[in-house]
Design a binder for this molecule. Structure first.
Ligand SMILES: Cc1cc2nc3c(=O)[nH]c(=O)nc-3n(C[C@H](O)[C@H](O)[C@H](O)COP(=O)(O)O)c2cc1C
Ligand code: SF4
Length: 484
């Protein structure tokens, strides 16, 4: 049965929100009042590991499914990067996932490293920096990274409706979902070595295009993340922790050798649970049956005997390795939007092909925050970014402010909220009245749209999308899926 939980939009004020947290025994830091100006925790600069950043707001990477077939940015892409810049976030985490090669694109409109990339990426970065300077008066304390990716199991490079998975092991549940037969080939060690080379080449381009760091993406079920759970794979990239992290180590060594000045970062899914599906009986997401799959060997950061529970032992070892490899920035995410979205992206309204949350989405927010705090406590020299705050809606600034002050994280990373209301936290710092009508309500249209082959964006709240032809098409798609 779907559990009952309150829509946060229905809680009147911060007292009601705090009361709700207490009643539900959800442990989140939360301030009573917002602080503006130089004393705001969100406005504090940070100087760690030789990296200086002007405030505690991070823009999370978010693709828009709006590049050209050749993987070049369009006007919509440019607009999104400008809005990220104008948000006031002084840490731009990669803008969006950029595929290092064509067959590793997550969709046919994903940005792609190619012969135009130097100019295209420079243009995007400059547009972002200019918008940032206009909004905040200075870019001297801004750092901008580029997220590099290979989509692995979730590659869909040529047509929206045509998955072309590149897998590193056979998964007893996810193979079935993608129609992968037992004979389907795995990426060979040699092919993985070529992909390592592709990451390296992409890093060189990013450095020349002026980016301050690259993110070697290890989250959300894509290739880097799948390799971390390749317990059942044979050869150099599977089995032991050392082998499962070889991909990361070889990329970092190659990047360091060619570009000693380029900082390195990793966004990773710090824990995982088994895949969920939409259960008609339960009317919400429900875990796949796994009785004959125990101990569970197909996840990273899940308890093998009870894979509905995180197990942080290996993820903490992974962060320790990151530190040894000279990675300076770590962005903590979780799970995957493909097989357990309520873990990764807590929402009140599911996307049209998704399931209702089987838990109060606030529990999901608190889970990611708790793990981020644990990582920050154990690795104080690393710059740590937390994720999944958007579900907090009107209460996000109160939680963000307390989380920074109480050192749960160095940065509050904003995803969906940036699509809906980019300047939310800048407005707090500058003491402006908050615009409730712009607050993301986790309607999930930014996820439903791309799954239907449309560009992503905040259709309900961003006027550019709200009034577009695609909005009418999205409405039809949502109505059809409700009628089914
Ligand atoms: C439309 C959309 C696109 C996203 N694209 C990326 C991406 O390119 N790379 C990535 O690491 N995460 C991506 N994410 C995940 C977000 O960065 C973020 O982790 C997630 O939305 C949870 O944070 P939030 O609660 O602030 O939205 C995307 C999320 C959305 C909604
Ligand atoms: S479509 Fe807009 S309101 Fe809905 S989840 Fe995405 S950003 Fe939030």
């Amino acid at each position: 049965m779907q559990p009952s939980y309150t829509h946060l939009g229905g809680l009147r004020d911060i007292e009601s929100f705090r009361r709700y947290l207490t009643e539900r025994q959800i442990n989140l830091p939360c301030d009573d009042k917002l602080i503006s100006g130089a004393t705001s925790p969100l406005a504090q600069p940070i100087d760690l590991g030789g990296i200086k950043i002007g405030n505690r707001i991070a823009a999370q990477p978010m693709e828009g499914w709006d590049g050209t077939a050749e993987g070049r940015p369009t006007e919509l892409t440019l607009r999104r990067w400008q809005r990220f810049g104008a948000s006031g976030a002084k840490l731009i985490w990669g803008g969006e996932a950029v595929a290092v090669r064509h067959d590793g694109r997550a969709n046919p409109n994903q940005l792609l490293i190619n012969k135009h990339s130097h100019d295209d990426l420079s243009r995007l970065r400059e547009a972002l920096v200019n918008a940032h300077r206009q909004a905040t008066g200075s870019d001297s304390d801004l750092i901008v990274g580029l997220q590099l990716t290979h989509s692995g199991r979730y590659s869909r490079p040529n047509a929206h409706g045509r998955p072309e998975p590149k897998i590193v092991y056979h998964h007893p549940i996810l193979d079935r979902r993608l129609g992968i037969t037992p004979e389907y080939p795995l990426l060979s060690d040699q092919e993985l070595k070529q992909i390592i080379e592709d990451f390296h080449n992409a890093a060189v381009i990013a450095a020349h295009a002026g980016f301050d760091f690259i993110d070697i993406k290890h989250c959300h079920g894509y290739l880097g993340h799948e390799l971390l759970s390749a317990h059942t794979r044979e050869g150099d990239f599977g089995g032991s922790f050392e082998n499962r992290t070889r991909f990361l180590r070889e990329i970092t060594h190659a990047v360091r050798a060619a570009n000693p000045a380029l900082a390195m970062a990793v966004r990773f899914s710090a824990f995982d649970v088994i895949p969920f599906y939409k259960s008609e009986v339960e009317s919400c997401g429900f875990p796949e049956p796994i009785n004959d799959l125990l101990p569970y060997r197909w996840a990273f950061g899940a308890n093998a005997d009870d894979p509905l529970e995180p197990d942080l032992r290996e993820p903490l070892k992974f962060v320790s390795l990151l530190q040894d490899l000279g990675v300076k920035l770590v962005n903590v995410s979780a799970g995957s939007p493909y097989y357990n979205p309520h873990i990764q992206r807590p929402a009140f309204y599911p996307p049209s092909d998704g399931y209702s949350s089987p838990e109060d989405p606030l529990v999901g927010v608190a889970r990611q925050m708790r793990v981020t705090r644990e990582i920050k406590q154990q690795f104080p020299e690393l710059i740590v970014v937390g994720s999944a705050y958007s579900y907090l809606q009107d209460f996000l600034p109160y939680v963000a402010q307390a989380a920074i002050r109480d050192a749960w994280t160095d940065f509050v990373g904003l995803g969906r909220m940036l699509l809906a209301y980019p300047s939310l936290l800048l407005d707090v710092i500058e003491g402006r009245t908050l615009q409730r009508k712009l607050v993301c309500r986790t309607f999930s249209d930014c996820t439903t749209a791309p799954r239907a082959g449309l560009p992503s964006g905040c259709y309900p709240l961003d006027p550019h999308y709200k009034n577009s032809a695609n909005a009418a098409q999205l409405k039809r798609i949502k109505t059809q899926s409700k009628d089914k």
